[in-house]
Design a protein around this ligand. Structure first.
Ligand code: BGC
Length: 726
């Protein structure tokens, strides 16, 4: 079966019926190797190549050297580009070389489950931003493993995920696809996801390197940023998935960074990723318009053009022109072959379609668990008659009226490359209806309560407004809706909230969307607000469990929620050059003394916690030490709940501009009523380092640091000071 990705293919002005010919390299000119025969350089495995390879690394490297000795230039170039624009049997292929034991690669998105481009149905997990809101790397590891199993069952051996671009602004169309505004939080989730995927024998692909956080101009924009900002804000999580999780591949971004397209950017791909970090895997381009050169891209560090050889078919020209040598091709081919052989793809039969591995009861339960754990309770007012707006007691609430544009919508995320086609989606309305008995649920569709229904709304025990955004409001560029135009809710939905709030005193707003949506217009008129993101195929059940109190909300915001868009750095999705400053998110708000509506790390539950007795393991830390603290957490409420304890560090008297605080560690604990636990928070002292541009080195300033501990970026009641030594 051949499938085509219509919008992007249209964009590339190429027809679906005319796949690129993977053998086209052969037409590209006279023999470059007509002169002296080429001898590949001997290869000595390094610590990094050994760590990368779950297989028998030294033997594999020797095998690759032998293969390189045999391959012609044409054969090497053929291995360095995808087999064509079309998916074949539901995956994007990269040619192998059967005679030499190279099986090739088969790729599929993505970040929230088996790609819809596979033509197969799979579990739609909550979007990554919702999983980021769980602040639970172990849960994310299980999600990664489940997505990998489903991708493998559909014939893929490379999963095009995770997306780990920093959320710089909530209007970014792909906000939903990533985990966080914060590099430390992002890294914790992403490392776990990659490890979970790769433990299933599927190669992960961290994307998009780098600074890819605007959709509408993604093919043109140059993100301009200084070296410190690049290193400290936009790259740390990429380094960690490389060095800690040994991610198999990295995808270069469409955009430019400091003037150079990412696939042409040797500073990013070669100097930093490959040379400094020791990345031993391959770099593939983003799809179709993500490769801008042939030899120049290879010299910059791009190994694989995807999904076809539109540019790389001219590689021979670059060789003849002396822009690259055959050794450069050897390096790229070695990386691509290493990935195939280290993951044993040559030794395992490829499954083309094993539907029994997808949407299993375990995967659906995991999707539901992730949705339950990621929803963030933003408001929960005390009711005049006693008790809080949430949870609803189904035995006493009586009638529940459900309104809002998303109540009955299968709202599982954008229409972009991360989209998934599940067999069934449980909408919020269906979830509430299934869980409500003996309470009665009435759905009133439309964006206005008709006069005839006003009495029912007045009489209801509660009104639930399921609203927010959909794939028509935000998503990937070209194949989705692109960037958001505004952070506001549509005016008709705000009017609906105002209307029901004038009729009923227990109004619960359930917001869906990828990131922050302004609530200033209605926050004082409603009794509760639950952020439910795009909660996946089982999301309706998870929302109902939280609303009826079968489970307690424990999600925490992985981004700051502003009161006004003007409080954030400007979002510019029209200019061809956009400057990214050092500060965004909570760092920017705090530096400006601006209060967010809800801070980074914030979220309510059905119980309360206090933290106390902060103790540091050592008052002075050397550069190779761990900063370690313990803190006591007490559940002071009447219900069980999960606390997320967060530790932020502040540099006191730094010689350079710093963020007021940076998240450095977090940990979770589940506590019953009145229970206490001691939680340990730790991080390597080198995480405190700043990048010294003049010296080209990371430096931990030998100054004092304040560690502030609490339950959100703005609720940090405990502090302790330590110093760093040279
Ligand atoms: C996206 C990538 C995706 C690729 C293949 C591109 O448009 O930017 O994230 O992996 O398509 O679907």
């Amino acid at each position: 079966m051949r499938r085509c990705l219509p919008a992007l293919i249209g964009l590339a002005l190429l027809g679906c019926g005319a796949p690129a010919d993977p053998d086209a390299g052969a037409e590209a000119g006279p023999e470059a190797d007509a002169g002296a025969p080429h001898t590949p350089r001997p290869f000595t495995p390094t610590e990094a190549t050994r760590a990368y390879c779950p297989g028998d690394d030294d033997a594999i490297e020797a095998r690759i050297t032998a293969i390189l000795r045999e391959l012609s230039v044409e054969e090497k170039v053929r291995l360095m580009a995808g087999a064509g624009l079309e998916l074949v049997d539901g995956t994007w292929g990269v040619p192998g070389d059967g005679a030499r034991g190279l099986p090739g690669l088969h790729m599929l998105d993505g970040p929230r489950g088996l790609s819809r481009f596979s033509g197969k149905r799979g579990t739609a997990f909550p979007v990554a931003m919702m999983r980021g809101a769980t602040w639970d790397p172990e849960l994310e590891r299980r999600v990664g493993a489940a997505i990998a199993i489903e991708a493998r069952s559909a014939g893929a051996d490379v999963l095009l995920a995770p997306t780990i671009n920093v959320l710089r602004h909530p209007r970014w169309g792909r906000a939903q696809e990533t985990y966080s505004e914060d590099p430390h939080h992002m890294a914790e989730l992403a490392v776990a996801f990659v490890e979970g995927v790769q433990a299933e024998g599927v190669l992960a692909s961290a994307k998009h390197l780098a600074a890819n956080s605007i959709e509408d101009t993604r093919h043109a924009v140059s993100v301009e940023l200084d070296e410190r900002t690049l290193r400290e804000v936009y790259l740390p999580h990429f380094r960690r998935v490389v060095q800690e999780a040994h991610v198999a591949s990295v995808m270069s971004a469409y955009n430019r960074v400091n003037g150079l397209y990412c696939d042409l950017n040797p500073h990013l791909l070669r100097d930093i990723l490959k040379d400094e970090w020791g990345f031993a895997g391959f770099v593939e381009s983003d799809w179709i318009l993500g490769t801008h050169g042939d030899g120049e891209s290879v010299r910059a560090g791009l190994d694989l053009e995807m999904p076809s050889n539109a540019n790389f078919r001219f590689m021979r020209r670059a060789l003849l022109a002396g822009e690259i040598t055959e050794h450069d091709l050897d390096d790229a081919v070695r990386r691509i072959a290493r990935a195939q052989l280290c993951y044993g793809l040559d030794a395992r039969p490829r499954t083309l379609d094993e539907p029994g591995m997808r949407e299993t009861p375990a995967h659906l339960a995991l999707a539901r668990e992730a949705a339950r754990r990621g929803a963030v309770l933003l408001e929960n007012a005390a009711l005049p008659g006693g008790g809080d707006a949430l949870p609803l007691d189904r035995a006493t609430v009586g009638a529940v009226v459900v309104v809002g544009r998303n109540a009955a919508v299968e709202n599982i995320g954008d229409d972009g490359s991360s989209s998934v086609t599940p067999t069934e989606v449980v909408t919020a309305l269906e979830g509430l209806e299934a869980a409500a008995a003996p309470a009665l649920v009435t759905h009133l569709p439309g964006d206005r309560v008709a006069p005839a229904n006003e009495a029912a709304v007045r009489a209801a025990g509660a009104v639930i407004v399921v609203t927010g955004l959909t794939k028509d409001d935000e998503g990937e560029g070209e194949i989705g809706a692109g960037d958001r135009d505004t952070l506001a809710l549509p005016a008709s939905e705000r009017a609906l909230i105002a209307q029901v709030a004038s009729l009923n005193d227990r109004v619960i707003v359930v917001l869906e969307g990828g990131a922050a949506i302004l609530v200033e217009d209605f926050v004082d008129d409603v009794e509760a607000i639950l952020m439910a993101f795009y909660p996946g195929a089982q999301g309706g059940h998870a929302i109902a469990e939280l609303i009826f109190g079968d489970a307690a909300p424990s999600g925490r915001l992985p981004f700051s929620w502003p009161a006004r868009e003007a409080d954030l750095p400007a979002f510019d999705n029209t200019s061809s050059i956009v400057a990214y400053g050092y500060l965004h998110g909570y760092r920017h708000l705090e530096a400006n003394g601006t209060a967010p509506r809800y801070p980074f790390g914030y979220g309510l539950g059905y119980t309360t916690f206090t933290v106390g007795s902060l103790a540091l393991a050592r008052p002075v830390v050397g550069p190779d030490d761990t900063v370690e603290a313990t803190v006591e957490v007490v559940n002071t409420g009447a219900r069980a709940g999960r606390a997320t304890v967060q530790a932020y560090a502040r540099a006191i008297g730094s010689a350079v501009e710093r963020a007021p605080r940076d998240l450095r560690a977090f940990a979770q604990v589940e506590l019953g009523p009145a229970e206490t636990a001691t939680v340990t928070l730790g991080f390597p002292a080198r995480d405190l380092a700043i990048y010294d541009e003049a010296a080209g080195a990371w430096v931990v300033e030998a100054i004092d640091y304040e560690l502030a501990v609490g339950t959100s970026a703005l609720d940090l009641p405990l502090t302790a000071t330590f110093s760093a030594s040279e």
